[in-house]
Each structure stands twice: as C-alpha cells, then as structure tokens.
Write a protein that binds this ligand. Structure first.
Ligand code: UFG
Length: 329
C-alpha cells in the first residue's frame, strides 16, 4: 500500500520539491496551502490539493480526520527575516500559532510522524562556523524565534504524546527541479540567486550587494546554498530515521560562498556580466552562516548531489529563463 502524506505549504518553493520527491517514489500526497505565497502551478499533477488556511482549525481537523496519514510535513510559513523585524508579533502569531494548531491536531488525530522546516536563522550571529546541531540557539529575528518555538513544542509533543519529529534546519535553499518542472517564485523576490540571475538576463538594472565591510575574506556575507532537490531528499531520509526516535539536523552543503562569489558564479554560468551596486548592510544579516551537516550524512547516508555552486545556479537559471513571470508564465 502506498504511503500517504499531508504537506502544508506544498505549493511553495521547498514544499513543492518535496512533493515531487514523494510522488517519484509512488507515495500518495495531499497539499494543504492557502496560496498566499504558494502557486497552484507548483502542485504537480498526481498530488491532491486543498486550498485552506492553517488558521482554520476546522479545515485542519477535517483534513486529518479524512484517513490515515503516515506523516505530516509542515512547510507553510512566513519566511522573510526582514519582514519579521518589522512585524514581529504577526510573524510569531502566524508561524508559531499555525504550527502549534497543526501539531495539536496531529496529536488528537493519532498522527505519529511530523517533519518541520526549520531554519539556520535560529543561530542568529553564530560564534563559530561551520554550525552544528549543538551550536548555541539565539534567534536573530522573530522569524527564527517562531521556528524555535515550534522546535520546542515538538520536543514536548514527543515526550508527552509520542509524536516523533524530524526537525530540519535549512540553510539557503536554492536552485530548481533538475527536470525543469518547478522553481523559485517569490513575490516580491528577495533571494540572492534569482535576483542576480535577473540582473544577468537584463530583467533588472543591477544587483545591490548588501554590505561590503563584513568580517569575511571579501567583506560580503557568506551563506551556504543547498540545492532544493537535495533538501527534499534529506526529508525522505530523515523521515525513515524516525523509527529510532526524533531527530534534528542542520541542512546545508557545508560550503560557504560570499555574495560576490555568487555573482561571479552567475556570470560564469550565464556568460554575461552582472551590473553590481555596492550598498549598505541589510539589518539583521549575520556575516556568515555555513552548516556542519555531518550528522545527517552519518546517520542517514545523505549526500548532496549538487556540490558545486555553478551546478545549483544552472538549474535556477534554466527555470528562470523558461519562466520569466514565474508560474504565471
Ligand atoms: N543579498 C544581497 N543583495 C540582495 C539580496 C541578498 O546582497 O539583493 C545578500 C544578503 O544580504 C545575504 C545573502 O545575499 O547576505 C543571501 O540573502 P538571501 O535573502 O538570499 O537569504 P538569507 O540568507 O537572508 O535568508 C535565507 C532565507 C531565510 C533563512 C535563511 C537561513 O530566506 O528564510 O536563509 O540561512 F532563514
């Protein structure tokens, strides 16, 4: 019998790629998404779809009551660090509130497996790089805090109710489905790689480099870009690991790249120059975030297929060229 999964936020960037991975191995999938930031076109044929909001407790109950679920994957979330600094209570209420409602419903409906998209934003301005699972938690933003609250809630859900969870702390998800079916479509787009690609393609005048005076070799911020399909694969492996108990993993490629290195990579891959404007720091940005992902590699055998930044950029470029208006194309 195929396994059956509920995916909140399955019409979003990372969620849609997880759905693709589940469908590829023959699982049954239902996407639960309010389409506020997700896209109907990101839900691949073969997946069920329910347009509903996690603020609607009745909709969650109806969904979970409608049959046996092998696990719930929870992606649906506001995810912009900068916005969360402007509207902290909104971020905490929405991300933590919705997540708590969902966890509570899972417990009441007898769901025994839960997978949470968490974030490197938990680590704030880290003392050491690379960052392993034992690093000090000190969220640098209400966004990071909202995910930390859910991590803590899952700890108690496991201890008291036996709900096993895989907490996956993503570093910078990037790239696109290698088959070209799915990609990154945020409105507005704030992420570095799609913006630099647009600058290379002449779809925007330039890329602003946010900060050139960080304590890094070239003065620009360092991030760990991990291919979204590698991220999706990690979810499947982490889920299988839950038979042995709950797990928490930091998920990155374990390689750091500066903003200027990303720009150079896009220039190499597109063969075009990228107009650059050096700008001031963006509030809240840590100088460097690089994952130590040895634990998930050791415990599940996970190995990222996209090891090179250029290979990640190539998949993002392919989707962006074919979809100048994202899923509306
Ligand atoms: N950047 C620029 N110019 C831009 C956009 C970004 O210089 O126009 C820089 C940022 O300052 C940062 C880097 O590029 O140094 C990456 O920025 P992104 O906005 O692409 O990603 P973030 O690292 O800010 O955040 C992402 C996710 C968060 C998550 C975080 C964890 O959006 O949800 O990774 O690492 F929490």
């Amino acid at each position: 019998m195929p396994r059956r999964f509920l995916v909140t936020g399955g019409a979003g960037f990372v969620g849609s790629h997880l759905v693709a991975a589940l469908l590829a191995r023959g699982d049954d999938v239902v996407v639960f998404d309010n389409l506020r930031t997700g896209h109907r076109g990101a839900v691949l044929p073969g997946a069920g779809f329910v347009q509903a909001d996690l603020a609607d407790a009745g909709a969650i109950d109806a969904m979970l009551a409608g049959g046996r679920w092998d696990a719930v994957f929870h992606f649906a979330s506001l995810s912009l660090v900068g916005d969360s600094m402007r509207e902290p209570m909104h971020y905490l209420a929405e991300n933590s509130g919705n997540g708590l409602r969902l966890i509570d419903a899972c417990i009441r409906h007898g769901v025994t497996r839960f997978v949470l998209s968490s974030t490197a934003a938990l680590f704030g301005h880290p003392e050491r790089i690379p960052i392993d699972e034992a690093a000090r938690i000190d969220p640098g933003s209400p966004y990071g805090e909202s995910k930390w609250m859910l991590e803590r809630a899952l700890l108690w859900a496991d201890r008291i109710h036996g709900l096993r969870s895989a907490v996956l702390r993503y570093f910078n998800a990037a790239g696109a489905d290698p088959d070209g079916r799915l990609g990154e479509d945020h409105r507005p787009e704030t992420h570095l790689i799609p913006l630099v690609i647009d600058a290379a393609l002449g779809r925007r005048p330039e890329i602003a480099v946010f900060g050139t005076d960080y304590d890094t070799p070239d003065g620009t911020c360092i991030r760990d870009y991990i291919h979204v399909t590698d991220l999706a694969d990690a979810h499947l492996l982490a889920l299988d690991r839950l038979d042995g108990g709950s797990v928490t993993y930091n998920l990155g490629s374990s390689h750091g790249h500066s903003v200027l290195e990303v720009i150079r990579a896009v220039e190499r891959v597109t063969g075009r120059p990228v107009p650059v404007r050096l700008a001031g720091r963006r509030p809240g940005d840590p100088a460097a975030l690089v994952a130590a992902s040895a634990r998930i590699a050791r415990e599940t055998g996970w190995t990222p297929r996209f090891q090179e930044l250029d290979a990640i950029v190539r998949t993002a470029l392919r989707w962006r060229e074919a979809h100048p208006h994202g899923y509306a194309t």
